[in-house]
Each structure stands twice: as structure tokens, then as C-alpha cells.
Write a protein that binds this ligand. Sequence first.
Ligand code: NFS
Length: 669
Amino acid sequence: MPKKRTPQEMSQDPAAQEMLIRAEELGISTAFSRADDMVSCNIGGAGMCCKLCGMGPCRLTKDGQTGVCGATIDTIQARNLIRAIAAGSAAHSDHGRDMAFTLKATANGETEGYIIRDIAKLRTVAAKYEIPIEGRAPEEIANDLADLYISQFGQQKGKIAPVIRATEKRQKLWEQHGVIPRGIDREVVEALHRTHIGDDQNPEHILEHAIRTALADGWGGSMIATDISDIIFGTPAPLLGQANLGVLKEDMVNVVVHGHEPTLSEMIVAASQDPEIIEYAKAAGANGVSLSGICCTANEILMRQGIPAAGNFLQQELAILTGSVEAMVVDVQCIMQALVSLADNFHTKIITTSPKVRITGATHMEFDEHRALTIAKDILRFAIDNYKNRGETHIPQVREDLVPGFSHEYINYMLGGSYRASFRPLNDAIMSGRIRGVAAVVGCNNPRSEHDFLHTHVVKELLKQDVLIVQTGCGAIASAKLGLLLGEAGLNQVGPGLREICETVGIPPVLHMGSCVDNTRILTVLTQMAQEGGLGDDVDQIPAVGLAPEWMSEKALAIGAYCVASGAYVIFGGSSPVSGMPDRVADSDIVARYISQGWEQLYGGKLEFIADPDEMIQKTLEHIDKKRAALGLPEYDQGRFGRSGDARMLELEALPLADRRQAVYGTSE
Ligand code: NFS
């Protein structure tokens, strides 16, 4: 029998624990309990099961064994990995495609409720592709940009346009290795073609195409999604938000938006503030409509509107368990099918909205950007009508403030102000050793590990080592719940050098950069840091590491692969999909070795799966220090900093006057 965990072992979050206890009392299953009941398959989990044709499935468990067709374990693992990367790239990119269509429709006045909000970003992005901007209306520019972006998906030859935003050196490297994506859809289709029975069988050759497919995501679909979301909904800048289940309201109609695309959730935000809707809610006996988000759609509206996040991936079911949610409105990705049967125990309505996603038993109210505001209002009225059916509620009174909104544009601005915005101060801080390096801690939750623990353990330990943290996705929400996204955390939870920076610039030590498609903002930051000078001339030389401690989705693998191809060392926690035979020595695992040492030789970045969080931290610091040494930077020494700012003032204040004079002026006179 598998081990049954206690709520405290399932999650470190007190709000989640409270709801897990409630689930148990009510006899309702959750992803946590199902993970306990369902032992994962270690053959499939390690990528050693091939079910690509009807001669199998072939489960390879012994060294030297092959599938019916003769496929080796290495070929099978490579094929499974590229298929996952292709699916992840497809998901992100299809989101990007829909954003591009929305931009086109908005530019042509065909949408309802959308405007081009960030004209400056529109012009900046368009100018990168030499789309004329001078003397043109925003709509004309947006129309051209939308056409360019839409064409990236079906393009057959050449290079996808956004790769020109990488460093010169990186572009040459990709060119040399033949991995620049030709068209976004083309690379995904080719990944499927190559892995059909009887096609590409050389693991390294398969994995080179995995790189090209992932690049089509990171420097293609995802980057397009981020650009357009900023153009239509505004580029994020810091604001105040809240996170955790305690944001749900006892006296209001709670509507939780869950999924990924900002197109619908932003319209629901607008609709919820409409006087007509507020009146309708009041007539139903509520004090209005309270919106909150789950997963990446939460991050989209949190970053731009300060709409609270009810939680991350593993809290979607827990939100419903509060009994206080009138409607959970979902679009695409990371939506558990279990929501519908779970909601049957309460009054909650699950509303699917994407033409791509239906869940049996859910209410479908299809979204269409041409009638966006009308549909958003219909959805809200439907939720309000359900308020009268609310039964007993149990909302954990746990929530934390946070300051999200760190787009790369804002980071650039905050470091230098309007007139001298640049990454210079950040590079200087790394060069001097005040900041030891940068870590991006991103990605999912996974019920196989303690919810939020791996994310926040890694973050907290790295902060003490003066590593500046940037986060997106569910990882960012995990840290938010612990108050790590507040300025105060920059004073008392970090090493002395990083504290000086947080204090001077006035930032939290963990910068929330957005949703998972917004990992492209991290690519941009790293590229601009390389271009700024002093940290080498390409991303692979920067003392930086990417981590996905609680990964579970195929999208995470796509992100990992494009970050590697962009030059980053990427560490995944949990289990490895390419771990191979238990009795094989690690080095004979061709795929695991290739994505680490092989890719490092080619791209300067590598992908590794490390289950132990302390080993993740140690490898991160080693890598950062290795990169510092290679750049000839001073060795990191925590003792050199921290004697400035508020802490120093307090220290001086405690001294007798003469000693204070001595310390400040070098004389007691
Ligand atoms: Ni990204 Fe994982 Fe999903 Fe967002 Fe959360 S689970 S890979 S973080 S919500 S996509």
C-alpha cells in the first residue's frame, strides 16, 4: 500500500492544510490524496515505455533490451522527451496565436472591449522588426505587427522573426547548429513526424530537433504571447496584490478565473467593475463580485490589475472546497478534470470557455473576442444567479500581500529611472559581488512533493546567499504566500549584499515577472544583461541558473529546453523523465548525459534533474561561482557587504557620540 500523507506532509501552506483536512472530513478526494493512492509508474516515468505503435507498448526494463522494432532505450527516451517538449511548445504557442488574432481583430475595430493600451510597447516591438511607426496610427502598426506574428506560425522557410532579439553571438550559434526555428507550427509537426514509428532514431539527432522545437516556443509563441498581452492589456509595473485562499469573500459573489489566457480574464475584470453588474450582485444579496485567479491566468491579472491570486496549481480544487465559489471560469491548460465532480459536492459551477476545451459535466459558455464584454457579463450574471445556492462556507483566513509587476521594461526603468534606464546597476552589483548571481525559480506544483516546499526552500536559501530571485507561474505564487514578494523580505531574509541592493532600489528580493509564457521576459533580461557589458557577451556567461523544483507539465520541459538553448543551466526537481535503468551507471544513460554535457558543449546551457533540494541549491551556487570565476569577477564574499543603508544607521545610532564621529569622519573631534 502506498503511504498516506498527513495534510502537513502534503502542503506547507496552512490554508491548503486547512482545506485538505476539510476534504478528508467530507470524504472528497483531491490531487493530493489521489497522488497517494496512485503509485506512479516508474517505467513510464523514466521514459522507458514506448507506445508509439500497435506492436507495443514496449516496456524496457533490462539493459540491452529493445522494443519490437529494435528501438533502444535511448531512442525511446529521446522520442518521449521531444514529444513532451512539442506538446508544451504547442500549448504556449497556440496561446500566442490566439493573442495574435486578438491583436489583429482589435486593430481592425472588430473586438468588443479591447483597446491598444500600451502604444509605447507596440512601437518598440514593431520597430524591432522594421515595421514603419513614424506618423502612423497605433491601429495601423498593430495590424502590421499582428500580420507578422500570425505569419510566424505557418511560415515554412527562413527564420522566425523574434530570434533577432537574441544576442548576435547566440544567433550565430543557433545558425551554426541548424536549430533556428523556420516556423512555429512546422517544428512541432516535424517533432511528431520524426517520432512516428520508423523515423528519426538517433537520440542526439532527435534531441537537436527538440531544441529547435523549444526555441519555437521561447523565442516564438511564448514571446509573441507576452508582447501582445502587454500591448493590449498594458506592460506590468509594480502594484499591490494579495495571494492565498483567504482572498475569497464571505459576503460577495466569488468568481475564480483559472487557466492561462488573459483575453477572457481581463474582460471579466472589466465586467466585474461595471455598475450594472455590481447592482445585479447587490440585488442578489451580495456585496458585489469578488474576482480572484488560480494558476497563470491569476498571474496575468495580478501583474496588471492587482486582482488577488486565490492560489497556484494545487489550490484549484481547494478553492472549491471552501464552498464559497459561485463559478470557476476556465480557459486552457492546467485545469484538472476532477474539478467537475468535486464541484458537484457544492454549488460551484465550472464554466468552460475555450472552443478547445470542454469538460463533461461543466457548463460551456464559449468565449469570442468579438463579443468579449457581453460574454464576460453573461458569465458574471450566471455566477451571481448561483449565489443563492451557496451552502456552508469554510474560507481559511490566510492571505499575504505581495508586490508583483516586474516586467523587464520595469526592471530596466527601476534601475536607472526614465533618463538613464539600463541594466548597468544590476550588472555592477553582480560584478562587485553584492549580488552573487541570479536564479529564476519557476514552474508548476506537483502533488508528488510537498506543495510549495521545494520552491520556497530553494528560494529562501538562495536569498541568504545573495542570489537575486526572479519568478513566474506557480513558483511565484508559492513565494508570495510566504511574504517573499514584499520589500520587507529584502531587509530581513536576504544576505547583506543583496539587502543593500533591495534597500537602495526599493524592491523585494524576489521579483514576480508574470505567467509561464512570460518566462520570455527572463530571456530578455538575460540578453540585455549580456548586451550591457561586463558579464561576457552572451547569456551562457552570466552567473545565472534556472530552476523548476516542482515541475509536472510538458510546458515546463519546453521552457527548460529553450532556456538551455539560450545558454542557461536549468535544474528540474522531482523525478527525471530520462533517468534510465536503475542498474545502469548514470554515465551510460545517453539521453541524460546528452541533455547535460552534450547540450552544454553546444549551447553553454544544460538540463539536469536533481531530486534533492539541497543538492539543487549547492549546484546552483557552484555554477554561479564558476561563471563568476570565468568572468574574472571577485570571489563572492558575504563579509564584504552589508555595512550601509538602514542597518548601518541603526548600528551607528547605538554608538556613543564620539565613537559615532570616529566611525563616520575618522576622528572623534
Ligand atoms: Ni507553468 Fe506548470 Fe500551469 Fe502556470 Fe502553474 S502548473 S508550467 S506555472 S499554472 S503553466
